[in-house]
Design a protein around this ligand. Structure first.
Ligand SMILES: NC(=O)c1ccc[n+]([C@@H]2O[C@H](COP(=O)([O-])OP(=O)(O)OC[C@H]3O[C@@H](n4cnc5c(N)ncnc54)[C@H](OP(=O)(O)O)[C@@H]3O)[C@@H](O)[C@H]2O)c1
Length: 239
């Protein structure tokens, strides 16, 4: 990926920061978009990236900021979308659903749409998005599960348009299982380390994969979740 540029949207998360460092080590010029760029000063020094503030809930503003960053970088080969909102409240308050939909549905679609249009003009590119295993079936975090299904479906649609346009625009759906943010403390065997998640994600992006499970073992979990009859699937416990 040397001599190429990449934009990471949602750069504050540990996953994004690790991705940024590894891409920088591979010689990729970076543009980072974050809700609070003030937390990224060290990363900016380490990677010599461009840093842009973004509130993904404001579709128009974030498309403008994205397009400006695209121009400043003089075109971009890879866009990684890694913004997300999540939460579980058994009272099912509308405010929580609304917040998740604003970020994971509207915000995601605004960025993916802007990125695809830029890539169409540029005639190549790759969009990678961290969706989730949660998108494969409804779950207790109702809006989160549904928003991830939206993302997966939207990405599939973009892939279809790339094919229609006969353009080498690759759309990679990175279906994340469970990232171990506690560094092994109190997490089960399904949790993967940040390092492993980043390595597998970069490998999938490099190979131009369409849909991958990160880590790989989540493919089995996804399959099991799909085939489980509803009366068993619905018998999950809530914390
Ligand atoms: N962690 C897991 O185990 C897991 C499992 C399955 C799927 N996933 C998916 O994988 C992706 C990465 O997960 P993660 O754990 O790294 O997520 P995370 O730590 O919660 O990070 C989410 C990112 O979204 C950004 N964000 C949220 N609201 C925003 C807004 N209004 N405007 C701009 N940015 C906003 C946050 O920025 P700030 O920090 O600046 O607010 C943060 O950088 C997500 O899509 C998540 O749904 C994660």
């Amino acid at each position: 990926m040397s001599n190429l540029s990449a934009i990471i949207v949602g750069a504050n998360s540990a996953l994004s920061q690790q991705l940024a460092l590894q891409l920088h080590q591979q010689g990729v010029k970076l543009g980072l978009m974050a809700a609070d760029p003030s937390g990224l000063t060290k990363l900016q020094q380490q990677t010599d990236c461009r840093l842009v503030e973004l509130d993904i809930r404001n579709a128009e503003q974030c498309q403008q900021a994205f397009n400006q960053l695209w121009q400043d970088l003089d075109g971009v080969a890879l866009v990684v979308i890694n913004t997300a909102a999540n939460g579980l409240d058994l009272e099912l308050p509308w405010q929580l659903d609304q917040a998740i939909i604003d970020v994971n549905v509207q915000g995601f679609a605004a960025i993916a749409n802007a990125a695809f249009k830029q890539m169409e003009q540029q005639k190549f590119g790759q969009i990678g998005c961290f969706t989730s295993i949660a998108g494969e079936r409804g779950g207790p975090q109702t809006a989160f599960h549904a928003s991830k299904a939206f993302q997966q479906n939207y990405l599939q649609g973009l892939r279809l348009h790339a094919q229609r346009l006969k353009l080498p625009i690759i759309i990679t759906d990175l279906r994340l299982g469970y990232l171990d943010k506690m560094h092994g403390r109190g997490k089960g065997i399904w949790a993967a380390s940040l390092d492993k998640v980043v390595k597998q994600s970069l490998k999938a992006l490099r190979r131009g994969k369409h849909t991958v499970y990160v880590t790989k073992r989540w493919r089995i979990a996804a399959l099991m979740s799909k085939v489980l009859p509803e009366f068993i699937y619905n018998r999950r416990r809530y914390k």
